[in-house]
Design a protein around this ligand. Structure first.
Ligand code: MV4
Length: 449
């Protein structure tokens, strides 16, 4: 096992990884930018190293500064958290070249899944159902239009270097196609340095359902059920839950097995998520594979009782998976609210600044409450990074217990000095469509009018 791990991240996820290290008797190295010099996560680490200026590009994305910090402190492995360098195949490769273990999948797997068209074709070949669409990139607008006619409108143009909703264009009729193609291709070229596009049938009123899986270096793969993440605004998730209200045990077992054989086929090692789009008819179609620990992993931890970060570390240290599929049982229901420092009444504009009071609910009767955060009263939110201040997660015996427990926890949550999305979360949890479990990805649009 590693003696010392460097965490190449900040905020709540840095604290989450430090906690796993401590519980495993591993020393942690925290890195930080100038803006994070007073960040609470630094107190929890065994060693801290400043890696540069406040802009992400100068610090949390500064590969040479991070490798140098690992060298200086004698860390043997690097945990990237999520965001920043977590899905950067080149960074993973450089870690290994410098004799550090990257705690994540092999660079080859990150690269393969990072190209969304390749990921789609690879998973289709491995028997995972994909949305009807193109085989390979679109060679020209004429070629695309021909494919779109075959697939049938509406269609969705997606950037192969995109993911998470970036670089997508809906095309509802033949007349829209050429313009949409040119725009999407131009945008993808600018944003990702890769203009490549592929095409899928556009599925209306879909639900975002993703399966958590873990694979070791010896060919064992397990899944830990699904998370429902359909409550999103501008491709930012607001609420996640596990299990999904529309996945029963039989569907979970069937899709879970497909997920395991799909990622087994590419020699996946580490934690990952396979995202699906569920059509209103109840079919699940592959969308993409995220080769990282996700923000919403706690809901899976609460229903499974397992620690995903510790398991990531064990896998990276060449241990076999701690559990077989039969040993994984999912109990009760968990809901997570991602609470942001944003003004919901001003288009969700970020509101950095001084958090004068931060008094989260510690206990709510009848449910388990977990709070993953780096924020305390007196913390100043820097302007440079994303606006999430905490994840409030509630586990209950069933969905309604978790939902009502979450509502109570949100009511008791006292934050002063900054604006937050807590009220929006209260509205979502109280919404009759959410309560009934019948919502899809258009819920937030409908709620906000
Ligand atoms: C889709 C889709 C409809 N049809 N693909 C958005 C995130 C990215 N992973 C893919 N996304 C979508 N892909 C087809 N063929 C609708 C979306 C989508 C969406 C998906 C999940 C949650 C919210 C969403 C909001 C808008 C669009």
């Amino acid at each position: 096992m590693f003696k010392r791990i460097l965490i190449a991240n900040r905020g709540e996820i840095a604290l989450r990884v430090i906690r796993a290290c401590r519980e495993m008797g591993i020393e942690s190295v925290a890195v930080y930018s100038e803006a994070d010099a007073d960040s609470p996560h630094l107190q929890q680490a065994d060693v801290k190293v400043c890696i540069g200026g406040s802009q992400s590009a100068d610090s949390y994305l500064n590969v040479s500064a991070i490798l140098q910090a690992a060298e200086q402190t004698g860390a043997k492995a690097i945990h990237p958290g999520y965001g920043f360098l977590a899905e950067n195949a080149l960074f993973a490769e450089l870690c290994h070249q410098h004799k550090f273990t990257f705690i994540g999948p092999p660079p080859r797997v990150i690269r393969l899944m990072g190209d969304k068209d390749t990921a789609r074709r690879t998973m289709k070949a491995a028997g995972v159902p994909v949305v009807p669409g193109s085989e390979g990139l679109i060679a020209s607008p004429e070629h695309g239009l021909e494919l779109a006619r075959e697939i049938g409108f509406p269609v969705l143009l997606k950037a192969t270097a995109g993911g998470g909703g970036k670089g997508m264009r809906i095309c509802r009729a033949e007349g829209d196609f050429e313009g949409a193609f040119q725009q999407a291709s131009m945008e993808a070229g600018k944003a990702f340095g890769n203009p490549g596009l592929y095409l899928e049938k556009f599925i209306e009123a879909g639900r975002h359902i993703e399966f958590q899986f873990m694979a070791d270096g010896f060919g064992h793969v397990v899944h830990l059920g699904e998370r429902e993440c359909s409550v999103q605004r501008s491709h930012q998730k607001l609420v996640e839950e596990s299990p999904s209200p529309v996945v029963d045990a039989a569907l979970r077992a069937e899709v879970g097995q497909t997920v395991c054989s799909g990622v087994g086929a590419i020699g996946y090692v580490g934690a990952g998520t396979m995202e699906f789009l569920r059509s209103p008819e109840g079919e699940l179609f592959f969308m993409e594979v995220n080769t990282r620990l996700q923000v919403e992993h706690p809901v899976t931890e609460l229903v499974s009782g397992l620690d995903l970060v510790q398991e990531q570390i064990r896998i990276a240290a060449n241990e076999t998976l701690s559990w077989t599929q039969d040993e994984i049982t999912l109990t009760g229901h968990a809901i997570e609210c991602r609470i942001n420092a944003e003004d919901p009444y001003a288009g969700f504009k970020p509101c950095p600044g001084l958090v004068e009071v931060f008094e989260p609910p510690l206990e709510v009767e009848g449910v388990t409450v977990r709070l993953d955060t780096h924020v305390t009263s007196g913390y100043r939110i820097p302007v440079f990074y994303d606006s999430m201040i905490c994840k409030l997660i509630v586990h209950g015996a069933d969905r309604d217990a978790a939902r009502l427990g979450m509502l109570e926890a949100l009511r008791r949550f006292k934050v002063e000095g900054i604006k937050t999305t807590i009220e929006v979360h209260q509205q979502i949890l109280a919404d009759e469509r959410f309560a009934a479990g019948t919502y899809d990805t258009s819920l937030i649009e409908k709620m906000l009018g």
